[in-house]
Design a protein around this ligand. Structure first.
Ligand code: FAD
Length: 402
């Protein structure tokens, strides 16, 4: 069996297939270089984390930072750190992406071949097997292929329902500030607080994450806004701009909003961000009708892409894999296991994407009059848009983990 993609979902899928009794498992990862330093911070609902830990996909060894409250603030009528509009409980843990990937990679048994620098160009399903065709030539045939190859999945493209993700129309600027560069006074940003700095047409959320190499803390921020109409996004189907490749136009747009609408403390946080730690990601929506078809299975962002406002993309990817393992273990055949997986995960993928779209609409595309809000209106508004918190941070796994 093969897994295409060796990121969060791919590493976990290799583990799931092995646990479900697959003989030979090969992971093909396009990136040839180090993966552990990709990504920045990640917030995970503490109950979702406990479920994943119980299922044996994570453990307590990774460094994390406890988050307790999410607040919304405005510069209007506020002091150095802005004026508090309101807050809600935020029972999350934050992690750095690198240690999460490294921990999952370390869990893959030695019997699995993890091949880097292998670009799968085409996937050709047939009734008796699936052929993977590689860039530069070469083919391999497998009984089952798991697509863990992200939002532009080539495995998804080979299914009978090859949906493509739709650009949401706005971007996420992301950055991280090492703890020692955070501005004074430190008391301006309470410990455990995920702070949302509001402005017309968007917001920035910031929370502390474990520092690089597991020491101290860093600040992780994600700023959501629509690009200027003239922005050089290159196409109607834009791709990510990694650190060092963010265009001057997009940087100026971001800095202009920060200067105009942010309280001084939060302006300083953004300005303290090393240029090498700032990236831009366009946001997409995708929900496929089927997570599993015949000999093809989709997990993680290959199956569904939810805007990051619901703080559960990595959780969703790992939950897919937990359910895949359980479905395959409970079935008498691989085909039956794939059908059971599809029946359980397809509806939950759609629910998460719908919720994330609603959260994006309320916090970016059609922002309220932020400055007029107070604790009561923030609570009411949040309850309304987050579905009473039911799905925020990822829905609970409906059945106990295997
Ligand atoms: C701004 C932002 C903030 C986020 N914040 C959070 C958060 O706080 N909490 C949270 O839980 N989630 C968050 N997410 C979502 C989370 O990062 C993703 O949902 C999750 O990492 C999905 O992982 P994946 O393994 O499915 O896909 P990816 O990480 O995209 O991995 C796909 C892998 O496949 C490889 N690949 C692709 N094509 C091929 C090919 N043809 N051949 C071989 N290999 C291939 C790629 O190199 C890559 O390694 C956020 C996302 C964004 C954009």
């Amino acid at each position: 069996m093969a897994v295409v993609g060796g990121s969060v979902a791919g590493c976990a899928a290799a583990l799931a297939l092995t646990r479900a009794g697959a003989g030979e498992v090969v992971v093909y990862e396009r990136a040839a270089g180090a993966l552990h330093d990709r990504g920045i911070g990640l917030a995970v609902h503490k109950e979702r984390y406990a479920e994943l830990e119980a299922a044996g996909y994570t453990d307590g060894s990774m460094p994390w930072v406890r988050l307790t409250r999410r607040t919304w603030i405005t510069a209007e009528g506020g002091g150095h750190a802005g004026r508090l509009l309101g807050g809600v409980p935020f029972p999350f843990r934050s992690y750095a992406w690198g240690p999460l990937w490294s921990a999952l990679r370390a869990r893959i048994p030695a019997s699995v071949a993890y091949v880097q620098g292998a670009v799968v160009e085409r996937v050709v399903p047939a009734p008796d097997g699936v052929t993977l065709c590689f860039a530069g030539g070469g083919e391999e045939r497998f009984d089952l292929v798991v697509g863990a190859d992200g939002y532009r999945s080539v495995v998804r493209a080979a299914t009978r329902t090859p949906e493509v993700p739709g650009y949401a129309g706005y971007l996420a600027w992301r950055g991280a500030v090492p703890g020692e560069l955070l501005p004074e006074p430190r008391s301006a940003w309470p410990e455990g607080e995920a702070t949302t700095v509001t402005f017309p047409g968007g917001h920035m959320i910031a929370y502390r994450i474990p520092g690089a190499r597991g020491e101290g803390v860093s600040a992780n921020w994600v700023f959501y806004a629509t690009p200027p109409s003239t922005a050089a996004l290159a196409s109607a189907d834009p791709t990510s701009l990694p650190p060092g490749r963010v265009t001057a136009e997009l940087t100026e747009h971001h800095e202009g909003i920060v200067e105009r609408y942010f309280p001084p403390y939060w302006q300083d946080v953004v300005r303290a961000t090393p240029r090498s730690a700032a990236a831009v990601q366009p946001l997409y929506d995708l929900a496929v009708p089927h997570y599993g078809q015949d000999r093809l299975v989709l997990v993680g962002d290959a199956a569904s892409v939810a805007r990051p406002h619901m703080g559960g993309g990595a959780v969703k990817a790992l939950q897919d894999v937990v359910v895949l393992e359980r479905s395959l273990c409970a079935a008498d055949s691989w085909a039956e296991g794939v059908r059971a997986y599809d029946a359980e995960r397809s509806p939950s993928g759609r629910a998460v994407v719908d919720l994330a779209r609603r959260l994006g609409r309320a916090q970016v595309e059609a922002t309220p009059d932020w400055a007029a809000m107070d604790q009561r209106t923030v609570e009411d508004w949040w309850r309304r848009i987050s579905d009473g918190e039911r799905g925020f941070g990822g829905h609970a796994l409906e059945r106990p983990a295997p």
